[in-house]
Design a protein around this ligand. Structure first.
Ligand code: PBG
Length: 326
């Protein structure tokens, strides 16, 4: 392939050419919109670090889910903010917990939406860690028990996909076993398999009120420096029965997304996390870059790296743009 015989600019000369030869497509079908639900009625509490995102009570959550559906989005990912927190995160696995009630309500009122639930204790514990804490440490095996109860209560309420995000060892296997024993063998698990201890979760912790009250999450979430270990995490989760694996965050970890897809060729989700969203919004508000272009470029890059599903706070905005475009 030599110049001047070959000129790669020939196929990118105008918009029609660029569209025809575009290798990576974005579709609303591939988006999952994360939503935050809290008790109450008529509550729509803005999340200041994530413009356009809110903590919603169930009545308004239903409206939001319907709107997402009207834009062609097929999935939502639910996070709960309970009224009270305790040491053991008991609201997380209560049958009438906020997420359990929200799932039931969506299933009753909206057709054709895949409801994914985040399984983790950090939003429900008073200390803000993702499991049972003793002597300042999160105890792995005791946490598995609680996560399994939480997963079971979500699935029993009608959740379509269970997504554990806690990063305890063995939780996918424990949850799979519990679901199977309760005749919920058809409910898939989307494992936050390679989840890094990331500064990019900052805005989310305001949104979900889940900041750890002491220390950090580095003893369970992964070291950002480790790529080979990410492969081992994914391998284990698949062995334990994960149907879909996830890499999180997305943009700083495109190499991991690429390696995971190439190595395992399994359904792969990438979580374009709160900090990735907020950076684009902040820069755009300051007039430092074009937020819409940055949004579409980010999502396209994550797909190009190998992700099948994009979990993103941009889901509605991007879907709107794609609809307009077609
Ligand atoms: C924890 C959880 C987190 C996110 C999803 N699930 C935060 C954390 O691990 O501290 C982050 C999502 C985001 O930043 O958008 N259960």
């Amino acid at each position: 392939m030599n110049f001047p015989r070959y000129r790669l600019r020939r196929l990118r000369k105008d918009d029609l050419f660029r569209r025809m030869f575009r290798e990576t497509q974005l579709r609303p079908d591939d988006f999952i919109l994360p939503l935050f639900v809290r008790p109450g009625k008529g509550v729509k509490q803005p999340i200041s670090s994530m413009p356009g995102n809110f903590q919603l009570s169930i009545d308004l959550l239903i409206k939001e889910v319907k709107e997402a559906k009207s834009l062609g989005i097929l999935g939502v990912l639910l996070f709960g903010i309970p009224d009270k927190k305790d040491e053991m995160g008991s609201e997380g696995y209560a049958d009438d917990g906020i997420v359990q009630r929200a799932v039931r309500s969506i299933k009753e009122k909206v057709d054709g939406m895949i409801v994914v639930t985040d399984v983790c204790l950090c939003e429900y514990t008073s200390h803000g860690h993702c499991g049972v804490v003793r002597d300042g440490r999160v105890i792995n095996d005791e946490t598995l028990e609680l996560l399994s109860r939480q997963a079971l209560s979500h699935a029993a309420a009608g959740a379509d996909i269970i997504a554990p995000s806690d990063m305890m060892d063995g939780r996918v296997g424990a949850i799979r076993k519990t679901l199977d024993e309760n005749r919920l063998e058809d409910v898939p698990i989307m494992a936050y398999a390679a989840k890094f201890a990331s500064s990019f979760y900052g805005p989310f912790r305001e949104a979900a009120e889940s900041k750890p009250q002491f220390g950090d999450r580095k003893a369970y979430q992964m070291d950002p420096a480790n790529g080979d270990e990410a492969i081992r995490e994914v391998e284990l989760d698949i062995a334990e029965g994960a149907d879909i694996v996830m890499v999180k965050p997305a943009l700083p970890y495109l190499d991991i997304i690429y390696r995971v897809k190439k190595t395992f060729n399994r359904p792969l989700a990438a979580y374009n996390v709160s900090g990735e969203f907020s950076m684009v919004k902040a820069a755009s508000q300051l007039g430092w870059m074009d937020g819409e272009l940055a949004m579409m470029e980010s999502l396209t890059a994550i797909r190009r790296a190998g992700a099948d599903l994009l979990i993103t706070y941009f889901a509605k905005e991007a879907a709107r743009k794609l609809v307009k475009f077609q």
